[in-house]
Design a binder for this molecule. Structure first.
Ligand code: GAL
Length: 431
């Protein structure tokens, strides 16, 4: 065994990510809160990590762990609780959040839509409504007018395809729909909303003295392997990769998406994305179920692959670090800067987390050596938090949260990650 040393680029962004509803607490004005109160879940978000009040102490911790960047999301329902009426107190709160990040040497990376909608908009049909792209652009413009002087990195939409899958196809998240027609509408509106927001944000930034905005999306990417090595399964793998991983980013770059018989969406213009955010967690084995829709898309059949699949996390997702290498290489084809905007593990065994981080960073370092234009890595998540329909049981945090007392405890894995962030170097034993 020899020790191999991987050096990350200068000015690499190191940190962690969170999202408003998962950490802030008391987001009573959004559709998730309503969904929880309607008894759709076993656990409700409640006070979550009380990050709304404790962000200063949380950022201090991130700083002490040698992070130099932090991704968070703005809760639209707090900023615009009624249509067209912006709440100055909430805006001031996020201005303070940004100032506090900067004070601690943390580059702010702001997400605008991370799965939650203001109730007034949800009741109008949410992303299925044709008005939402423009309303989203207005909100985005307002945020750049309020924070644009201090924030360079913006992410419009978090994981559009995951949202559609969970909220509009599987009915597991609000609004609990199972409709192809609505899913198609939502993807169209997400794309249009991104383009409208991109233009509005650049315009708003143009009239200020702030930094040149870098605007991206957070694209969830999964590694797909055929269930059997049959041509049928391989066709489904190819299609899944095309739609689930690539469709969104490709559409924004090309200004249109045309997959005969499946998608035909034209946008007003192309190249409305400055960097690509990748959220990577796992691999799925795909089994073809015929050649109609949805059969050709296949089924994710992890259960059949206990032997082939490697170790799993607390939610039974396979841990497959090599996938990060392959996906980052694959996305390099777009010749845009790449940010790993999420990568993480929920586990009850913290040594698994330390291993997860190092294994994934090794794969990322290899991709960078190969030539991939990666400029940062954000672990999901800084804190244990409210994992949507899964509640509080999955523990993703670098920092443990005791939900009864709101006490924070930095985990050993966080210190190991901190050392890598500090040095910009990963040392691993390799045979
Ligand atoms: C992502 C999502 C996060 C978080 C994470 C862990 O899909 O953006 O909000 O829940 O997964 O499952």
């Amino acid at each position: 065994m020899a020790v191999k040393r991987y050096t990350f680029p200068n000015h690499f962004l190191w940190g962690a990510a969170t999202s408003s509803h998962q950490v802030e607490g008391n987001n009573t004005g959004n559709d998730w809160w309503e969904w929880e109160q309607a008894g759709k879940l076993e656990e409700v978000s409640g006070l979550a990590c009380d990050h709304w009040n404790r962000f200063r102490e949380d950022f201090k911790m991130a700083k002490s762990l040698h992070h130099n960047a932090h991704r968070f999301s703005i809760e639209w329902s707090r900023v615009e609780p009624e249509e067209g009426e912006f709440n100055q107190e909430a805006i001031s709160h996020y201005q303070e959040v940004v100032q506090e990040l900067k004070k601690n040497g943390l580059e702010p990376i702001v997400t605008l839509f991370h799965f939650t909608l203001p109730l007034w908009l949800a009741h109008e049909g949410g992303w299925a409504s044709h008005r939402t792209p423009e309303l989203f652009a207005r909100f985005a413009r307002k945020m750049v007018e309020s924070l644009g002087a201090d924030v360079c990195y913006w992410m419009t939409i978090n994981e559009p395809l995951v949202y559609i899958l969970k909220s509009y196809l599987m009915g597991e998240w609000p609004p609990g729909e199972r409709s192809y027609e609505k899913s198609y509408r939502v993807i169209t509106h997400f794309l249009k909303g991104h383009v409208a927001a991109y233009d509005a944000m650049k315009e708003a930034a143009g009239s200020s003295n702030g930094p040149e905005l870098q605007i991206g999306v957070a694209q969830h990417v999964a590694m797909f392997s055929p269930c059997e090595n049959s041509w049928r399964d391989r066709i489904s793998v190819w299609l899944r990769n095309l739609i689930f991983n690539h469709l969104f980013v490709k559409a924004l770059i090309q200004g249109r998406i045309f997959y005969p018989g499946i998608f035909k969406i034209k946008l007003t213009r192309q190249k409305t994305i400055d960097f690509i955010g990748l959220n990577y967690y796992t691999r799925d084995f795909v089994q073809n179920k015929g050649f109609g829709i949805p059969g050709v898309y296949g089924d994710a059949c992890t259960s059949k692959h206990h032997k082939e699949a490697g170790r799993k996390n607390f939610l039974s997702w396979e841990i497959y670090p090599e996938g990060l290498f392959q996906l980052v290489k694959d996305f390099s084809r777009y010749k845009l800067p790449i940010l790993i905007s999420e990568n993480g593990i929920c586990t009850e065994h913290d040594e698994e987390r330390a291993r997860f981080i190092k294994d994934h960073l090794r794969e990322l370092a290899k991709a960078i050596e190969w030539g991939a234009p990666v400029f940062g890595y954000l672990y999901w998540s800084l804190l244990d938090n409210f994992e949507w329909a899964e509640g509080f049981d999955p523990r993703f945090g670098l920092v443990e949260v005791n939900y009864a007392t709101q006490e924070r405890k930095v985990r050993m894995s966080a210190f190991e990650y901190a050392e890598i962030c500090r040095a910009g170097v990963l040392e691993v034993e390799e045979s």
